[in-house]
Design a protein around this ligand. Structure first.
Ligand code: FNR
Length: 431
């Protein structure tokens, strides 16, 4: 009987150079990775380190969710409603986890979600995140509520996507979109799940506000976290001046620390699809709506010429009780008919990525863990986070018997907990 030589899969996994699209060691820079990263074995492990590193109000802002944290909990638990049905003996030795989005090939099916104020948690945070994504060949979305000028980030990491919060006034919208185009952005994301500001009691309790208000308590929070104070905040002040919101408008916004200035958070509830239609006429590149949870809105987005949508409940930070994207992905994927469907909120594991893809997503985005990774270890931290997830996906593909992600569909899943079913039809009038 012929003996088929088997590759040593444990060796493949432990050697990042053999994981498809892995970050080459040389690309990680000459500095050795901080020792604490040796203890970070999964994306969730970053949180405890970030809690120690960051002042309480700032950690509270990143980690927190809204009101009773119902959506945040659902985001964690929704993936558990599905079990896998792996296929065996498929000979999946070469596993390709690349995906193509809007005509571009990315080396893994996940990217970095937009997060405001990233330069407050990590020194030059937006640049750290965007450059790490570029090194790894995965998408990163820069937030409009960021503290570094968009133009600077685009110069350092030209493929970065930009997420806009639309300002209140049509002329300001046009000016912002024109500025984004001039900066060289190709892929525009518009977040639409913030019609009014969220009830973040968590921020109030943690002492967080934008701008931050100088107080004895804030000073103590900073002084008791000297590595953040010196390595992130003072270093930023000395080298770049007081950070301001740079990209909510075509012009500069409020500073991050002020006793008096009020941030101009214009009312967004009046925004409607006509604003989107107008931007569509102005924007040539791929255009994506972030924050969709209803198949009807996905269909409207498609009719308005959107290239993609991100199914998201904003990491449980907007409407508490908004469903986890996992529950609504299948019906949204069906309504999308050709539009690229992406999702975020609660993705922490390679198995989560596999489940999201099996349910109809083409790519997922991840927020908090990358923010923590940048906060605790800068570029090396984000490289490590990307590499961990990439290795999990490779291992999961091996376990599922997949050589390519295109093979993954709902037939690989089985509900192992009761799934939220369809709502009963509304009674007919007169019933
Ligand atoms: C966010 N999110 C977000 N979304 C957006 O469209 N624009 C933004 O400026 C921000 N800002 C922001 C800041 C912080 C600190 C967090 C944690 C999140 C939401 C983000 O893009 C994404 O939807 C969620 O973070 C995904 O959930 P997970 O992966 O954090 O569970």
């Amino acid at each position: 009987m012929a003996v088929i030589p088997q590759p040593d899969s444990s060796a493949r996994i432990s050697d990042p150079a053999t994981v498809p699209g892995a970050v080459p060691q040389a690309a990680q820079g000459a500095r050795p990775a901080p020792r604490l990263l040796r203890k970070v074995l999964s994306l969730a492990d970053f949180e405890a380190h970030a809690r120690r590193r960051l002042p309480r109000p700032i950690f509270g802002y990143v980690s927190g969710a809204v009101e009773d944290h119902l959506s945040a909990r659902d985001n964690r638990e929704a993936f558990d409603a599905y079990g896998f049905k792996p296929r065996v003996l498929t000979g999946a030795v070469a596993r390709d986890q690349s995906v193509t989005l809007f005509g571009k090939r990315y080396s893994s099916p996940f990217g970095l979600a937009p997060m405001g104020l990233s330069a407050l948690t990590a020194y030059r945070g937006d640049i750290v995140l965007a450059e790490a994504a570029q090194r790894a060949g995965i998408p990163a979305i820069m937030s409009g509520s960021s503290l570094i000028r968009l133009e600077e980030v685009m110069e350092r990491a030209p493929g970065t996507w930009f997420q806009a919060y639309l300002p209140g006034d049509p002329a300001q919208i046009d000016a912002l979109i024109d500025r984004v185009a001039r900066a060289g952005v190709q892929t525009l994301v518009i977040t639409v799940d913030t019609p009014v500001s969220a009830n973040r009691e968590n921020n109030v309790r943690a002492g967080f506000s934008t701008p931050l208000r100088p107080s004895l308590r804030l000073a103590w929070d900073g002084l008791s976290h000297p590595r953040w104070l010196v390595g992130t905040f003072l270093r930023t002040l000395v080298r770049h001046g007081m950070p301001h919101f740079e990209n909510n408008y075509a012009t500069r916004g409020a500073p991050i620390l002020s006793s008096k200035v009020l941030r101009d958070l214009s009312e967004r509830a009046y925004l409607n699809w006509e604003h989107i239609a107008k931007i569509r006429r102005r924007w040539d590149g791929p255009m994506i709506i972030k924050g969709i949870l209803d198949a009807r809105d996905a269909a409207i987005a498609r009719r308005h010429g959107m290239d993609g949508i991100i199914v998201s409940n904003h990491g449980g930070r907007q409407l508490d009780g908004a469903a986890s994207p996992v529950h609504v992905l299948p019906e949204i994927a069906e309504a999308a008919r050709g539009m690229t469907v992406m999702m975020d909120s609660g993705v922490r594991r390679g198995t989560h990525v596999a489940k999201a893809l099996a349910l109809g997503a083409q790519c997922v985005f991840i927020g908090r863990p990358f923010n923590y990774a940048a906060a605790v270890a800068g570029p090396a931290g984000v490289d490590h986070a990307i590499s961990l997830l990439r290795q999990e996906i490779d291992r999961d593909m091996g376990m599922l018997g997949l050589s390519s992600l295109q093979q993954l569909d709902a037939s690989y899943l089985v509900p192992v907990r009761p799934l939220p079913g369809r709502m009963p039809a509304a009674p007919a009038a007169g019933d």
